[in-house]
Design a binder for this molecule. Structure first.
Ligand code: BGC
Length: 422
């Protein structure tokens, strides 16, 4: 549940007055909150703006920098509390229902019915966009999170021929890469990036069932047991393979280290591919994509979506409906995802122009959906409430940065922190 509830409820009541007063433009305006500010991200969101403006509406950009979106969510909360939320905001996972429960979100069923969203979307995606059976958000894409990116030239110079498929291979390769004078793993020391790496290690060490028990069911035995201890130990070993300047580094700067041949690998969702593409690099030639070692048979997903806030003004409502419709249309689904590194959220979109990494993502998404190994990313807010996510972030980051904290201690803290937040 989103904190500040009473304040926000009060704000929601006052909201209609604001929205009615605020617009003085002809064809309707949408103010869109997002955190897509890296090179690849900015290029992608510009496509949405273009398509909306083509229909005569006005796009007011409300970009809040900060990978993973935590800063954007903080700003959103303060805007909402003051009775002034944007028309649309990039909100993901269970947070969509948290906002809907507070009464902030509008009903999109008309747009959804007219445009057949129920038929076009995989059920797991459609369900995530609804509150009490009604659409309140629209999905943009599917990002796979458990990817590792590689620079083939650096690998070759270090005598590493293929992407590692398990941790033993990874550590052996990483030693060779270090010996050859390169950084084995590009990493940005921010809590959400630590958590992105940590959940991938958990998936490989414990497997999909363990992942689900720990991060979806929040099961104490999984969070505090032996498998978690082993996960934490493997995770901490990675510290020996990142450079001393990682603290605070943005994720796209870590990707740039792989692009520029300073580092061999990065563990990051496929928004990293947007950076490779934006730098003119070609998949399979200039960069490689592979599942994080030991996770080839599972898929952690992260679905970007826009939740739509209540607006009073008729013109702005029309603009908001148009935005929702455009996001689900094939033109946007294709052009946006080609730039962003993700795959279309609609399985019926023609994938001919997409690269091998995107094809692999689409095939694995479908195979893992059938096999029951499609898993919501904890690190990207798809698995549990924002509070549980924050609690896990804290423990994981403190452990990663504290040479003295043992894995056993961290596992114990994880149980306590999740229980307190849940
Ligand atoms: C979002 C991506 C974004 C990434 C880095 C993720 O949580 O889903 O769209 O590119 O954060 O900011």
């Amino acid at each position: 549940m989103i904190r500040l509830k009473p304040l926000m409820l009060a704000a929601a009541v006052g909201l209609s007055a604001f929205s009615a007063a605020a617009s003085s433009y002809a064809a309707g305006q949408v103010e869109v909150l997002h955190w897509w500010t890296s090179g690849g991200e900015a290029k992608s969101v510009a496509e949405l703006k273009k398509l909306l403006e083509k229909e005569g509406y006005t796009w007011k950009d409300f970009a809040v920098a900060g990978g993973g979106g935590d800063s954007a969510m903080t700003v959103l909360k303060s805007r909402a509390v003051s009775g002034n939320p944007p028309t649309a905001a990039q909100i993901k996972g269970p947070e969509i229902q948290e906002w809907a429960e507070l009464g902030f979100l509008t009903n999109l069923d008309d747009v959804a019915d007219k445009n057949n969203w129920d038929k076009l979307l995989p059920k797991v995606v459609a369900d995530g966009m609804k509150y009490e059976g009604h659409y309140v958000a629209v999905p943009v894409n599917v990002h796979r999170v458990n990817w590792m990116w590689g620079n083939p030239e650096v690998m070759k110079k270090a005598g590493v021929e293929t992407m590692p498929t398990n941790w033993d291979e990874f550590f052996a390769d990483a030693d060779k890469i270090k010996a050859a004078g390169f950084i084995p793993l590009a990493h940005g020391g921010q809590d959400w990036q630590d958590a992105t790496t940590f959940e991938a290690v958990a998936l490989s060490v414990g497997g999909p069932e363990f992942f689900r028990k720990a991060f979806v069911d929040l099961d104490d035995d999984a969070l505090g047991g032996e498998t978690m201890v082993k996960t934490l130990k493997t995770f901490k070993r990675l510290r020996d393979y990142i450079d001393p300047d990682a603290a605070g580094r943005d994720w796209n700067l870590a990707t740039a280290m792989v692009i520029n041949g300073k580092a061999a690998f990065q563990i990051m969702g496929d928004w990293a591919k947007g950076e490779f593409l934006n730098a003119g690099k070609v998949a399979g030639k200039d960069f490689l994509c592979a599942a994080v070692p030991g996770t080839a048979n599972a898929y952690t997903y992260n679905i970007d979506s826009f939740a739509m806030f209540k607006v009073k003004n008729k013109d702005d409502k029309a603009a908001q409906d148009a935005l929702a419709r455009i996001i689900m249309e094939p033109t946007f689904q294709k052009v946006f995802n080609l730039n962003k590194g993700s795959i279309p959220v609609r399985p019926d979109i023609d994938m001919a122009d997409f690269d091998a990494c995107a094809h692999k993502s689409m095939e694995d998404f479908q195979a893992d959906a059938k096999a029951g190994t499609l898993l919501p990313s904890m690190a990207h807010g798809m698995a549990a409430s924002s509070y549980v996510k924050g609690a896990i972030y804290d423990v994981v980051t403190n452990f990663f940065n504290d040479a003295d904290m043992t894995a056993e201690e961290a596992a114990e803290r994880l149980v306590k922190a999740v229980d307190a937040a849940g």
